[in-house]
Design a protein around this ligand. Structure first.
Ligand SMILES: Nc1ncnc2c1ncn2[C@@H]1O[C@H](COP(=O)(O)OP(=O)(O)OP(=O)(O)O)[C@@H](O)[C@H]1O
Ligand SMILES: [Mg+2]
Length: 221
């Protein structure tokens, strides 16, 4: 791929970012179905796929400046802390994914009991929500942290037998999504973000496993 400067024309930039999302989604899909380790390098690769054409300079690179998140009280950590924080994410992620190893088998093997499947789905969604929030909280990249976080969460969902989803982040859902993230910042409460992920899964799976068996209410409190 040729080296690209960031286009100054807004329309051109939007086009390239849109293509980047398609490229990154394709990467995530392929990667999910491989046996390759999911780690912080994978997160950087997802970011690289998004921005390679739109803003090459920042693609797959941690930020070198401090920034604010618009409409948010959360101030991302100083840029000098990002590499260490991400390496902590790496170790925690390995532990969490290691524990999910078994989920892989359960979700791909249709002969398991409903209860076991639902429990497994819950644990996969929990890790997806965790990594989603970690990325948005640390905000490791100059731009595209939300997109990278959502695609990384999808990678976890898809690797462990579920499907990538679209978290509704626009228009009337924007506030709900942002609130879900800030509730984790403030109180470590993952439930609102997990609810958004479940809603995305419901859409993909037609509501059956998630809605009908009411997994949320059983395990929430
Ligand atoms: N309170 C918060 N705590 C942590 N993360 C937050 C908070 N509010 C918003 N965010 C995240 O920050 C993202 C915006 O950051 P950034 O602009 O780097 O990402 P983006 O991918 O370009 O944005 P978008 O999600 O709008 O496409 C939001 O999408 C959301 O994921
Ligand atoms: Mg942005």
């Amino acid at each position: 791929m040729s080296r690209q400067a960031r286009p100054s024309d807004k329309k051109e930039l939007q086009k390239r970012e849109a293509i980047g999302i398609i490229r990154a989604s394709r990467f995530v899909r392929k990667y999910a179905h491989s046996r390759k380790e999911i780690n912080v390098e994978t997160i950087k690769k997802i970011h690289k796929e998004i921005f390679n054409d739109a803003w090459h300079e920042i693609a797959g690179e941690y930020r070198k400046e401090d920034l604010r998140i618009s409409d948010s009280k959360h101030l991302p950590p100083h840029f000098s802390k990002v590499p260490n924080l991400m390496s902590d994410v790496d170790s925690e992620l390995q532990k969490k994914l290691g524990k999910l190893g078994i989920a892989d088998g359960i979700l791909h093997d249709g002969d398991q009991s409903v209860e076991k499947m639902l429990k497994t789905i819950e644990s996969v969604v929990t890790v997806a929500a965790w990594v989603h929030h970690k990325i948005t909280y640390i905000h490791p990249f100059r731009e595209g942290n939300g997109r990278t976080a959502r695609l990384t969460a999808n990678l976890v969902l898809e690797r462990f037998g579920l499907m990538g989803i679209s978290v509704k982040v626009e228009k009337e859902n924007k506030n709900r999504y942002r609130k879900a993230l800030s509730q984790i910042d403030a109180a470590g409460d993952y439930e609102p973000l997990k609810d958004l992920i479940y809603e995305g899964l419901e859409e993909r799976f037609d509501g059956v496993a998630v809605k009908y068996y009411n997994i949320r209410d059983d395990n929430k409190k």
